[in-house]
Design a protein around this ligand. Structure first.
Ligand SMILES: [Mn+2]
Length: 324
């Protein structure tokens, strides 16, 4: 693959300034980084009188603490002249909004930190060293001189989410410097940490019960692998499963954690959503082998298989990788 190169931040800022009707999109099942970076950028654009709209998939209610401003979410696509995609490694991660990128007469910008990003827009800024897209968006908004209390809070929340509270290996010296700059603004950072890192919904706790019952530890691989069946998920109202994997990853001596979540696509066909987390092992490489991707220590993939077959496939890929 040819080496892809990012555009300059200032070049992309010029593109943004030269457009009026701007739509911001992010990946399916938006996480805190997605919600944080989108709200930070939309709020900044509003301050320079841009007509900014955002389109989201449904996200976990706890991210409402980031979404403090209202933006248009009805989009007349003929009116949009610029689309900015945040925190999205590939076009198909936009889910039901992917078709919007096929509009030929619109300029598209991709700002992201996924190492697997395939530069799918007219302008691309990808920094795989950045902890989060929120960290990158900080640079953009700082350069535009538009930071304020609310924007700082949204960026901080995005960084907290993707770094697991400044803990994952994506956290750098720069991440902490940016956090330090953000704390010069006035916002309740303790509340953000508590809500995003510590608080669990009762539904999450009920799901955790199934995750523990379905858990298998494979000691020679340092692997903790669990799954959730559709009928288990159906027992709760809140189907946000993003936080469950950290629980099994935190078990002593676990090097790789895998969660398999059974799902049904829009055509009624079953598939499994696989999430990988690791301490050292490059799970992006493993996820890529089954058509997914992500980061070195956090990756994912969707595969058309039963839970049983998905589990066997993953265990064999991890054994292969570890030469066991
Ligand atoms: Mn991210």
């Amino acid at each position: 693959m040819a080496e892809e190169k990012s555009n300059d931040i200032s070049e992309i800022i010029d593109v943004i300034k030269n457009h009026e009707n701007i739509l911001i999109l992010t990946h399916v099942k938006p996480d805190g980084d997605a919600v944080g970076s989108v709200f930070a950028l939309a709020s900044a654009l509003k301050k320079i009188d841009k007509n900014a709209s955002i389109l989201f998939d449904e996200y976990n209610k706890k991210f409402n603490l980031i979404a403090t401003q209202k933006f248009d979410s009805y989009v007349n696509k003929d009116k949009i002249d610029l689309i900015i995609v945040l925190d999205c490694g590939a076009k198909n991660r936009l889910g039901k909004h992917e078709y919007l990128l096929d509009e030929k007469n619109k300029v598209k910008v991709n700002i992201d930190h996924h190492i697997s990003n395939d530069y799918f827009c007219n302008y691309n800024y990808v920094d795989a060293e950045a902890s989060s897209t929120s960290e990158i968006i900080y640079e953009f908004i700082k350069k535009m001189d538009l930071l304020d209390d609310k924007i700082a809070a949204a960026i901080y929340a995005g960084i907290i989410s993707d770094t697991g509270g400044f803990c994952h290996s994506c956290t750098s010296c720069k991440t902490h410097l940016i956090a330090s700059e953000l704390l010069k603004f006035k916002f309740d950072f303790s509340n953000i940490y508590n809500k995003l890192m510590l608080e669990k919904s009762l539904d999450e706790v009920y799901l955790l019960d199934y995750v523990i019952k379905n858990l298998e530890i494979i000691k020679n691989l340092g692997l903790a692998i669990s799954y959730l069946k559709i009928e288990e998920l159906d027992k709760v109202n809140n189907k946000f499963t993003g936080g469950l994997i950290s629980f099994i990853k935190n078990i002593c001596d676990v090097e790789i954690a895998v969660m398999i979540i059974e799902n049904i696509d829009e055509n009624g066909e079953g598939f499994c959503k696989i999430s990988f987390r690791s301490r050292e092992t490059d799970v992006n490489e493993i996820a890529k082998k089954i058509g997914g991707g992500g980061h070195k220590n956090a990756a994912g993939a969707n595969i058309k298989a039963s839970i049983k077959n998905a589990k066997e496939k993953i265990i064999s890929l991890i054994s292969e990788k570890k030469n066991v």
